[in-house]
Write a protein that binds this ligand. Structure first.
Ligand code: GLY
Length: 370
């Protein structure tokens, strides 16, 4: 095991650490025993991740004599449905879960959201921790306690804030991640540079490719930097009333794109966020907040790395700006009918803007969609 950094998330009695390093999965048993003592453990994973990593985690936990149960759910977003939550809760109760048990979410965002939500409501709430296996989960979704499921009316509309007790971030698990997923996760990595840390964006311009290609040092540095940034934001604003909203840079446009294709795998969340980020910078230029050369710098970096900067051509689908605007008006951040967008004055200078009109949004959408 190489423990590279311990990033604290400071939330009074709900504080916890994010441990970042390589081969942490093999050390999970020891790390958990040191922090939590002997506990019953219930691992929740998906069938794809379970095939790759459940055996290694089990071995590590059994060496330290844990009493262990496992539940495997189908891979993919469809597991974040009411029916699957109900099944998971029933399986957990049948496994004998009690208040002193520890739930371990082994997987990406879907597993973390689902298992975290189940942990937050079962027996009125029990402890869980996350071992994130995707880049997106390692730098974003595993941190900050957002848990939840989807409804037919939209993504993540039912959920809770339930902070994990620990996040074990093993960057060597990214070695098995398909390139497309890695790039999609990179959209969230670059977000931290764009929203508040120009020097990190500079670093990514030089080292982003090494990160994608699997350089362990580059991965550990980037993941630690993102975790530190997110931990600081969450510590200031756990329930997303202010600073945490900045993490939605590119997401309002991105969610509209995802909703338009029905949240299916033709457009991954990170891909939608990448295009959404370009739209947010473009709108910032149009409204006079940001220079055109900044937008070009962002676009150039995305193209260099391999992130999308335009709406993809999808067979049988025509993008329509009015339709995208309609999706945007269903956003959770709408207040009194007024859209709240995250715009930018420059790289590392994102801000919350409540003065954007529908006509402004339509104007930028029309240059990308019909
Ligand atoms: N993914 C954004 C947040 O956790 O606030």
């Amino acid at each position: 095991m190489t423990l590279v950094s311990t990033v604290p998330v400071s939330l009074k009695e709900r504080s916890y650490d994010i441990l970042v390093g390589g081969q942490l999965l093999e050390a999970a048993g020891e790390l958990l025993r040191n922090r939590f003592g002997p506990r019953h453990i219930l691992i929740v994973s998906d069938d794809q991740v379970a095939q790759l990593y459940l055996g290694r985690l089990r071995k590590s936990l059994l060496v330290t004599d844990y009493d262990l149960k496992e539940i495997v759910v189908p891979v993919g977003e469809s597991s974040k449905e009411f029916g699957c939550l109900e099944m998971l809760i029933s399986d957990m109760l049948e496994a004998g879960v009690a208040r002193d048990w520890l739930i371990v979410a082994l997987g990406g965002g879907v597993v973390g959201d689902l298992a975290g939500f189940a942990a937050s409501i079962i027996l009125r709430g029990i402890d869980y921790l996350h071992i994130p296996t995707t880049l997106l989960a390692q730098v974003d979704s595993a941190i900050g306690g957002k848990t939840g499921i989807n409804t037919t009316l939209g993504k993540n509309l039912v959920g809770s804030f339930h902070q994990p007790r620990l996040v074990l971030t093993d960057t060597s698990l990214l070695d098995s991640l398909p390139q497309r997923e890695l790039l999609a996760g990179y959209a969230e990595v670059v977000k931290y540079g764009l929203l508040g840390d120009e020097s990190f964006f500079d670093w990514l311009e030089t080292n982003g490719v090494a990160l994608i290609e699997g350089n362990p040092g580059a991965r550990e540095y980037a993941v630690t930097t993102c975790c530190t940034a997110k931990a600081n934001i969450v510590s200031q604003d756990e329930h997303e009333a202010g600073a945490r909203l900045l993490l939605n840079l590119g997401h309002t446009f991105g969610h509209a794109l995802e909703a338009e294709v029905g949240f299916d795998s033709r457009l991954l969340h990170g891909e939608a966020v990448a295009i959404g980020t370009i739209l947010a910078f473009d709108l910032s230029v149009r409204l006079g907040f940001c220079s055109a050369s900044t937008l070009e710098r962002v676009r150039k970096h995305f193209e260099f790395i391999g992130l999308p900067t335009r709406l993809p051509v999808l067979q049988g689908h025509t993008w329509r700006s009015e339709q995208l605007l309609a999706h945007m008006m269903h956003d959770k951040k709408i207040r009194k009918g007024q859209q709240t967008l995250i715009l930018a004055r420059g790289i590392g200078e994102a801000f919350l803007c409540r003065e954007v009109t529908e006509a402004d949004i339509l104007g930028v959408l029309r240059t990308y969609a019909g």
